[in-house]
Structures are given as C-alpha cells and as structure tokens.
Design a protein around this ligand. Structure first.
Ligand code: SF4
Length: 338
C-alpha cells in the first residue's frame, strides 16, 4: 500500500531528474560563460578532459558563485592543468580494486558485504574520483551476468549486505532500480541494502516518489549514504526529501572527501556537519583522498586532517563529528586515522 505521505513528493518531479541527467554541461566554455569567468585566466587541460570528460548537472552549477574561480564547488569539477602533473604514489587503481572483482559487477573487498557496480555512469564527474580510471565497460553486467552476480552473493552465506555503487546507482532508471532491489530482496541471507550516491546531492530532483516507493516496499533495511563535500551543495528541498526517506525507514548518512581548497578548513567542515543535520543526514565518514593519478592537487596531509578533526571535536557534539578514515588496499576494513 502506498504511504499517503509520499504524495508530498510531487509526481511531476518523477522524470525531471532524467531530463537534467540528459542535459549535463560537458563543454568547459559553456560552463565558463554561465559562471561569467574568463577562459584566458585559468586554462583547462585537454588531456584531462579526454581521459575524464567534464560532466556537470545544471542544478549543481546554479549553486556555484558567479565570477569566482576559487569557488569550492567549481574546483571539484574543473579539469585543471594540474591534473597533468604526474606524482609518485598516485596510481590509476589506488585501491587495487581489480583484484577484488570475482565476477563482472561485483567487488568483494570486505567480509559480510559486497559492492555491486549498478551503473557505469554518474550525474557529475568529480575530478578527485577514485574510480576515474575504472574499467566500467567490463563491469556493466548484462541481464545474464546479473544472474551470475546474484548467484555469487547467494552462494556466500557470510554476505549480509549489498552496497550499490558505480558510477552512481541512482543514475539508473526507477524501473531498473526497482528490479534490482527486488532481485536482491529474494536472496534469503541479505538483511541490508546500502546505496552510495552523489547524484542525490547534485540533482536533488532524483529523490522522487517512485524511488521512495521501491525502497519503502523492500524487506531489506535500506541505508542511503550520500556524498556531499560542502554545505553549499545542499539544496533546501533536500531537507524535505531526506526527511521523507527517513520517515519511511531509510537511514541517511553522509561521507565526504577531504579536499584541498574545497573543504580543508574547520569552518567549512563544521558548517557541513551542521547543514547535513538540518537536512536530516548524519555525518559518517570524512575520507582522506585516495591517491589517484591526476588528483594530487587535492591531496591533504594526514597531520592537517587530524588537526581539523580535533578542531571539529571541540566545537561540535559527538554525533556531528565524522570518522576520519583512509582506505588501504588489502585491509579488512577502512583505516581509522584518529
Ligand atoms: S559521483 Fe562518485 S563515482 Fe561518480 S565521479 Fe563523482 S566521485 Fe566518482
């Protein structure tokens, strides 16, 4: 039965997110024109664009301050020439994920849970992305390969949680997502479905009635982990959308990446935690950036990260302080830094 409260999320938003997704800004010149910035001031890297094209949804670009090259939201999507700087220790597969890929679409890194690459694309291209060199082509299962992925999960009774990742799992249609959720719910030992999404932040229209409906109907306990790095990314309407998800039993957490000149200062991090809470989201992880080739200009030292965390601890209640972590390939879980 449909929860009458779901009607608060208007049905006319149901397909709007797909229109936005099919109309991303991909040309740096268009982006600069919208932001009233002069292309001659800071050139972009054609090589970086070729390896990892620009993709920016218009609602996200609307939140960037016009005329400001230093805007923290712009920095996350701008294909800077700094990406051409090669740096020792920065790799195309920093988490060695290729070795944890038993069947197409599955990454099995930790005991008790597996990751499904539900989508091969995203609603935005974050320049710091740890999967910007990932082989999505070999990890976009066909319907037949999905069966092999489900069998892999079914045959390992230790797996209790499936994490939908990508790409961005919310980039697939509501119908595809509903099918996936339904298939997973039929695997008896699964208890939890976790969805990791940045699209929910950068295209707020994505939280629509059909999505709510399929999550609410599932027997699985659902956790949505959104990826938000700066308080200015949070559109006001998300407070209501996330509130509605929470009212329907979905746990909503946030993980951020600590990024140089984006959020590597304590006012920005404190503001982010407070804003997340106002939007019905709890801070969960603050990640040190993975050492991905082409992203060294986002790197933050461990010492600086620890100092920032300590500053947050003295100024926020404990439930608003995320765990500072780094992912190290081969470890049985993420490594807590402080
Ligand atoms: S949304 Fe996530 S997977 Fe997609 S580009 Fe950004 S960081 Fe990478």
């Amino acid at each position: 039965m449909t929860n009458p409260a779901l009607s608060v999320i208007k049905s006319d938003l149901a397909e709007k997110w797909q229109q936005i997704l099919s109309d991303l800004i991909t040309d740096p010149k268009e982006l600069l024109q919208i932001l009233q910035l002069d292309a001659d001031k800071i050139p972009y890297s054609r090589a970086a664009l070729q390896q990892f094209p620009l993709k920016a949804p218009r609602p996200y670009v609307d939140r960037i301050e016009k005329g400001n090259w230093q805007d923290p939201l712009l920095r996350q999507i701008w294909p800077s020439t700094q990406e051409e700087i090669g740096q020792a220790g920065f790799d195309t597969d920093p988490l060695a994920e290729a070795q944890f890929n038993p069947v197409p679409g599955i990454l099995h890194k930790y005991r008790g849970r597996v990751l499904l690459t539900a989508a091969a694309h995203c609603g935005i291209h974050c320049r710091y992305c740890f999967r910007r060199h990932f082989d999505y082509q070999s990890n976009s299962p066909s319907r037949q390969q999905w069966d092999a992925a489900f069998d892999y999960i079914r045959n390992d009774s230790s797996i209790e949680e499936v994490i939908l990742s990508g790409g961005d799992p919310l980039a697939i249609s509501d119908r595809q997502l509903a099918w996936l959720v339904e298939q997973l719910a039929q695997i008896p030992q699964l208890t939890t479905l976790r969805i990791h999404s940045r699209l929910a932040i950068v295209i707020p229209q994505r939280i629509n009635r059909d999505l709510l409906h399929s999550l609410q109907q599932s027997r699985l306990k659902v956790v949505l982990v959104v990826h938000c790095n700066h308080s200015r990314e949070l559109a006001p309407e998300l407070a209501q959308s996330f509130g509605m998800l929470a009212a329907n039993g979905v746990t909503i957490l946030n993980q951020s990446v600590l990024l140089k000149d984006v959020n590597d200062n304590s006012p920005a991090l404190i503001d982010l935690s407070k804003s997340l809470f106002q939007h019905n989201v709890l801070p969960y992880y603050l990640h040190l950036p993975d050492r991905v080739a082409g992203t060294s200009h986002f790197d933050v030292s461990e010492a600086h990260a620890i100092a920032l965390l300590s500053s947050m601890q003295t100024q926020l209640p404990g439930y608003l302080v995320p765990q500072l972590v780094r992912e190290t390939p081969g470890q049985s879980s993420k490594t807590r830094i402080a």
